[in-house]
Design a binder for this molecule. Structure first.
Ligand SMILES: [Ca+2]
Length: 267
């Protein structure tokens, strides 16, 4: 059967569409990029988590979890015993602010706010407030590399900030197969990669901080049974890493459990 050039072009477009979950970009193939592989997971251990904690920031330091919880009037900074989920130290954030991402720098904790354009800087040991930092736009997730902070704001952008001033040094757009990955939320810098929760999904993106490309995905579907998600906002959010023992922890907003997990390649 002869296929006219116009018909052939249509078929090419249709085929490109059908396989768009594998590749994307220019249908001529000139700029096609493969999408990142999707890993599944294995639960290593499970721990209790406070079901009133609307988790927006999570790190592991000095043998404890430090957590930032959100919502107006319920926002806190807390130090949590991993094994029991017990809150051993807590600071209540003024109800005017909705707390977000959390990171540590030189013995100080830095806590973002969603729409107040302010980050609070606390002493790690006492939780006494030292100062505030200002930034433009929304605050969602916060992590750090050796040079400074890395901030997400719910878009497809990661901003790299000076550790003392929060001045923006550079930014990258996060893409997978050339397509923007939006709604980047809680972050964790792990062995040269930025791990990011993607809001309202069960996925963590592993991102190259240099190029912004997603290197791999971890699909955590089924980690927390939907029956325990009593609130439509009770989504996967919160990644912490214990570098000393190479343990990766994840939880979600209002989840009753916090998990140590390992990524496992799909067979
Ligand atoms: Ca984190």
């Amino acid at each position: 059967m002869m296929i006219s050039p116009a018909r052939r072009a249509l078929l090419t477009v249709a085929l490109a569409g059908a396989s768009s979950w594998l590749v994307s970009g220019d249908a001529t193939g000139a700029s096609v990029q493969a999408r990142a592989s999707i890993d599944t997971f294995r639960v290593v251990k499970s721990y209790p988590h406070d079901t009133s904690a609307y988790t927006q920031g999570l790190i592991y330091r000095n043998g404890f979890l430090f957590e930032s919880t959100g919502r107006h009037g319920q926002s806190t900074l807390r130090k949590v015993r991993l094994e029991t989920g017990e809150v051993v130290q807590q600071h209540r954030v003024d109800a005017a602010h909705f707390a977000e991402g959390l990171e540590e720098w030189n013995g100080q904790l830095v806590q973002l706010t969603w729409q107040s354009n302010i980050a609070f800087v606390y002493d790690l040991a006492t939780f006494s407030m030292r100062r505030t930092l200002r930034y433009a736009g929304e605050g969602w997730g916060l992590t750090r590399d050796q040079q400074g902070f890395i901030l997400s704001d719910g878009t497809d952008q990661l901003r790299f900030l000076h550790p003392d001033t929060f001045r923006e040094v550079r930014r990258v757009r996060v893409t997978d197969g050339g397509v923007s990955v939006r709604d980047l939320n809680e972050l964790e810098y792990i062995r040269g990669e930025v791990y990011a929760n993607v809001w309202h999904t069960d996925r963590i993106a592993r991102i190259s901080p240099e190029s912004g490309r997603v290197l791999r995905w971890i699909d955590l579907s089924g980690l927390m049974a939907t029956g325990y998600r009593l609130d439509r906002e009770a989504v996967l959010n919160g990644i912490a890493y214990d570098a000393a023992t190479n343990r990766l922890f994840v939880t979600g907003k209002l989840w009753p459990r916090l998990f140590e997990i390992e990524a496992v390649p799909r067979r």
